[in-house]
Design a protein around this ligand. Structure first.
Ligand code: KG4
Ligand code: ZN
Length: 360
């Protein structure tokens, strides 16, 4: 079976504002090694606009992707011909960027005669903890990034159940918007976290939308509006006002994420009584120390395990795409050259490429 052989995978990620490529090797026992992981962030291109501009992003991917791939291959000490397969993010994401990465992958696969694997970006995040920490199925993933906030039960490769998501803004997006209205720059998460350390988190009691409801969904737009109204009421803001607002906002979202994660882990224990409950965190917001500390408390209370991959692998990167490709290839799930890019692609879409019992 294909799962027995070693595989060298090139992973390509271009779905948002990172142009990334990586070489990952998966050995016979299923153990992964990152041989290179090159990420070029487009922060400078988008800085003046306070957010990612899709057209500029696509253009920058076109300009940089070939160089980034060459660098990844070079740093891995291999030749392009040595790879067994080329994996690229095929969605969800900004379609212009996705097309750049996927088309490049198709061209390479066709010209080199290698396998092509179209990877769901969310699956890349979902499987990273198996590359970094060898986590076994099943586990619960909390994905909190600039574009996504969701709980996903990961039963196996291609077997995902979405347990909840955001009904408006993603958590990282909420951080970014709050940072913008406090004039803290972009990306906002790290800036809000830094300034919150100087602030009094009890000064403002911001709302915790949906928190009393039992569903595993998030809503951050009402909270963001409350922050804006408070900032307008106090204007002009002193440095202390800004720090207190940032701290109170971070306190609110930390409580929301912690409470929801507790509920999600309780559901995990109820639905999968045989399994060791594990919470895997992915996405850029995993870098937030206040949130990470709260999650550590939640897993301690619920008897679960917490896995937070190194932050460079929580944010968008090529290694997660290469690894998802490696896991799929091991199950014989390569794609045809006419596979389509998908701007929308929920992770729990039935996966026709993997049979029901192959993946767990
Ligand atoms: O995963 P990521 O690099 O990109 C995608 O959105 O796919 O996540 C970026 C998001 C941004 O919204 C950023 O503000 C947020 O993660 N972020 C943080 C922190 N570091 C990054 N949010 C809160 N605290 C942080 N320390
Ligand atoms: Zn992402």
């Amino acid at each position: 079976m294909t799962g027995q052989a070693q595989a060298i995978i090139l992973g390509i990620e271009t779905s948002c504002d990172e142009t990334a490529a990586s070489i990952v090797v998966r050995d016979q026992s299923g153990h992964g090694t990152i041989r290179s992981n090159v990420v070029r962030s487009q922060l400078d291109e988008h800085a003046a606009f306070g957010g990612v501009v899709p057209e500029l992003a696509a253009r920058a991917h076109v300009e940089w992707l070939d160089h980034i791939i060459a660098q990844a291959v070079d740093e891995a000490g291999i030749a392009l011909e040595d790879v067994d397969a080329i994996a690229a993010t095929a969605g969800p994401g900004l379609i212009g960027g996705v097309l750049v990465g996927l088309t490049t992958a198709k061209a390479l696969a066709a010209s080199l005669g290698k396998e092509l694997i179209a990877v769901n970006h969310l699956e890349g995040h979902a499987l990273t903890a198996r590359l970094t920490d060898g986590v076994e199925f099943p586990y619960l993933m909390l994905l909190v990034s600039g574009g996504h906030s969701q709980f996903v039960l990961v039963r196996g490769v291609g077997h995902y159940e979405r347990w909840g998501g955001t009904i408006d803004d993603a958590l990282g997006e909420a951080f970014d918007k709050v940072a913008k209205l406090l004039s803290l720059g972009h990306p906002g998460g790290p800036a809000v976290e830094r300034i919150a350390r100087e602030g009094d988190a009890r000064r403002f009691k911001f709302p915790r939308p949906l928190l009393r409801e039992q569903r595993l969904d998030f809503s951050f737009s009402g909270l963001k509006t409350a922050v804006r109204l408070q900032a307008e009421a106090l204007a002009p803001l002193t440095d202390q006002d800004v720090a207190d607002i940032a701290a109170s906002f971070q306190e609110a979202v930390t409580e929301i994420v912690a409470t929801r994660s507790r509920q999600a882990l309780e559901r995990f224990k109820a639905e999968l009584p045989e399994a060791q409950p594990q919470l895997v965190v992915a996405g850029g917001v995993a870098a937030n120390r206040a949130i990470a500390a709260a999650l550590a408390e939640v897993v301690a209370e619920t008897g679960a395990e917490l896995v937070v991959p190194p932050i460079a692998l929580c944010t968008d990167n090529g290694a997660m795409v290469a690894w998802a490709g490696a896991e799929r290839l091991a199950l014989g799930a390569a794609d045809r050259l006419d596979v389509a890019a998908r701007p929308r692609w929920p992770l729990d879409t039935p996966d026709m490429r993997i049979s029901d019992d192959a993946a767990r």
